[in-house]
Design a protein around this ligand. Sequence first.
Ligand SMILES: Cc1cc2nc3c(=O)[nH]c(=O)nc-3n(C[C@H](O)[C@H](O)[C@H](O)COP(=O)(O)OP(=O)(O)OC[C@H]3O[C@@H](n4cnc5c(N)ncnc54)[C@H](O)[C@@H]3O)c2cc1C
Length: 424
Amino acid sequence: MSDREKLPFLVIGGGIGGLTTALALSRHGYPVHVLERADAFAEIGAGLQLAPNASRVLDRLGILDEVTKDAFFPRRLVLMDAMSGDRITALETGEQFVRRYGYPYFVTHRADLLRALLDACRDSDRITLAASKDVVEIIPLPEGARVRCADGSVYQADALIGADGPGSAVRRTLLPDDAAPVFPGYVAYRGTVPMADMSAALAGLRELRDMVLWTGPGMHLVQYPVRRGELCNLVAVFGSRRYRSDTDDWGTEEELDETFALACPQVRGCVEVINRDRCWQLFDRVPADNWTQDHITLLGDAAHPMLQYVAQGACQALEDAAVLADSLRTHDGAVAAAFKAYQTERYPRTARVQTSARDFGEILHIDGMGAKLRTALLSQRTHDDYSDIDWLYAYRAEAPTGRPAPTGRPAPTGRPAPADREVT
Ligand SMILES: Cc1cc2nc3c(=O)[nH]c(=O)nc-3n(C[C@H](O)[C@H](O)[C@H](O)COP(=O)(O)OP(=O)(O)OC[C@H]3O[C@@H](n4cnc5c(N)ncnc54)[C@H](O)[C@@H]3O)c2cc1C
């Protein structure tokens, strides 16, 4: 394809959101071109939790089986006290959960999800993908948009979708007066460790079969198996006491160790083996309801960057993609009307997820009497009480006037777990 060829749909960003959008549009018959800044379509980071609201989208796209091939299906989501090592509460994600939502909760390696999306995109003759295309300028046009890349190439399209993540260049064009990211001074260290190297952290227990979140004052640690249980995904999050906007000397490895020094041995064991190559700064933005302008719209973290505390950023990007594609079909390809309807449908939901993630972070990181009250309240819930999460997991991603999505089919529930001792 010539760089100057006029395209129908141009997606900026080939991450989870961008590739899912390309696939969803192609399934409705629309040709799509994707521009990715990196040299290759790849995901950095480690594990990813995908809830039923995301599985439902993957199923509609016909790639759920491929994505779950090497996934792990935790039996429970467990909240533990990082200081005492006691269990606070849990949510069963077994048969009852799958019956309720039609799909399982699963955890996967990011690379596995991206590979499945890429394979499906490459199989489609409606999708073209271009790496090493760093979009540096976006020019809105009355009936589309033109973009220029750092290498000088120029593309013009009837419709532009910015799926270029939390630092989105497309967002800067649409919202030049956007409020600055909200940065509470929290950082994350994350990566996978072979399960065989986890013996100290598992304190002699043979098997980790749950998604476990350890909560403590100003910190938490997430721990779950990926790749059929061969790897353990670890994410250690803490609020830096040394945070200052004019220096980089904060959120360091030393501070990681200091912060988790008072935690229970299982948590300290995880922090000892966690990947320290990179420290991720965590931020979100105040929800915005104006991320669409005529033939340009945003999607995923570009539209609604959120803290990862309820593990929904990627799930929301998947939902966005499905609703956007349905909206175009419902509006018979009338781009401006379809993009507007997509935003109208998505804004209230994504705003609620953004603010819920922030609130949940405060509950996780609370100290003193607040922590005692949290623990006392949460420990009274039953493990099959889904009332607080129905709104999140039961959502069906489709344009309001579109055709209903297929109903959930019987879904895999994971490998049977051997009956030896558990981590929780
Ligand atoms: C520690 C952590 C744990 C998380 N855990 C979960 C979880 O368990 N479950 C969950 O659902 N979510 C989770 N998330 C959130 C999730 O990772 C993101 O919400 C998701 O990756 C967003 O996808 P995206 O495609 O919108 O953006 P991104 O993944 O950021 O992709 C954007 C893409 O655009 C490209 N790009 C950027 N700028 C340009 C440009 N100018 N030109 C061309 N290309 C460009 C980038 O290279 C990138 O490939 C987590 C996040 C963090 C930080």
